[in-house]
Design a protein around this ligand. Structure first.
Ligand code: KIV
Length: 308
């Protein structure tokens, strides 16, 4: 573990003291660096990368290799934030053994501190098995995007009394299975509040209201890198897509009209060297085989380089 790393004990203490936990997704070194500088507690290398980084419609196509690649770039960049590797669809669905093997890959090959998996039901024994192997597990209930088809799309969960009771039971079961924290996604405020007060481990909400012990948002959503309609819970704290498009459009225009590169963005050379360089090529044209044209002058150029 890196020195200064936020520990699971410290995380639990934040809940006991009523201090909010801040989590954001991260998928690369620059994003991870900025998030650490902003004092973010937890970086989730989410399989939301499928949509916001890899250009898929959902999270299901994301592979272990892709998640390991992204997780490595985040974990090698930061010291303090806890790095959570999000186990992609298929990496823990077949058996406990598979789940443990893949969780170990996140830690050994990608430097993740802990892993996250979705759902209760069969995920309970997966969580138990991974925790028994010595790896921390973050649970995730409510809207679980890997089961989008089974849930009938990206919809709020737990809106009937029976479904809300089931959510509470699932969260309690994940805690009993050893999860150190649980993400509640797209859950009505009173349900998330009841789950939060019933659990001893922290809840991290996304579309689950203010009673949760912490909040998580997708990096690209909160920075306005994604555009168009967003889920109700997304708050855009910046409009980076506008800013980036403006910069790229200006760059393209300046390249096309010759305004870039100007003198400020180019390198020169001394008059002496320029003179020697010009002499070297003045008597004979450069040979197509790459040999120096202008014989003696070319040797002088090389000699000057050796001397300098
Ligand atoms: O993959 C992800 O980004 C997530 C968060 C939305 C919790 O699972």
């Amino acid at each position: 573990m890196k020195p200064g790393k936020l520990t699971l004990l410290e995380l639990a203490e934040l809940k006991s003291r009523g201090e909010k936990i801040v989590m954001v997704t991260a998928y690369d070194a620059p994003g991870a660096r900025l998030a650490e500088q902003a004092g973010i507690d937890i970086l989730l290398v989410g399989d939301s990368a499928g949509m916001v980084v890899l250009g898929h419609e959902g999270t299901v196509p994301v592979t272990m290799e892709e998640m390991l690649f992204l997780t490595r770039s985040v974990s090698r960049t930061v010291e303090r934030p806890l790095v959570v590797g999000d186990m992609p669809f298929g990496s823990y669905h077949v058996s406990d053994e598979d789940a443990v093997r893949n969780a170990i890959r996140f830690v050994k090959e990608a430097g993740a501190d802990v892993v996250k998996l979705e759902g209760a039901g069969p995920s309970l024994s997966r969580a138990r098995a991974i925790v028994s192997a010595g790896i921390g597990v973050m649970g995730h209930v409510g809207l679980t995007p890997q089961s989008e088809t089974m849930l009938g799309g990206y919809k709020t969960q737990g809106r009937t009394a029976a479904k809300a009771r089931q959510l509470l039971a699932d969260a309690l079961a994940l805690e009993a299975a050893g999860c150190f924290a649980i993400v509640l996604e797209a859950v009505p405020v009173p349900v998330a509040a009841r789950i939060t007060e019933s659990l001893t481990v922290p809840t991290i909400g996304i579309g689950a209201g203010p009673a949760c012990d912490g909040q998580v948002l997708v990096y690209h959503d909160l920075l306005g890198l994604t555009e168009g309609r967003a889920p109700r819970f997304v708050k855009r704290y910046a409009k980076l897509a506008d800013e980036i498009r403006r910069a790229l459009t200006t760059y393209a225009g300046e390249v096309r009209d010759g305004a870039y590169p100007d003198e400020e963005h180019t390198y020169g050379m001394s008059e002496d060297e320029l003179e020697l360089f010009s002499q070297a090529f003045s008597s004979e044209p450069a040979r197509p085989d790459g040999g120096a044209g202008g014989g003696v002058s070319a040797e002088r150029v090389e000699q000057r380089h050796r001397e300098s």
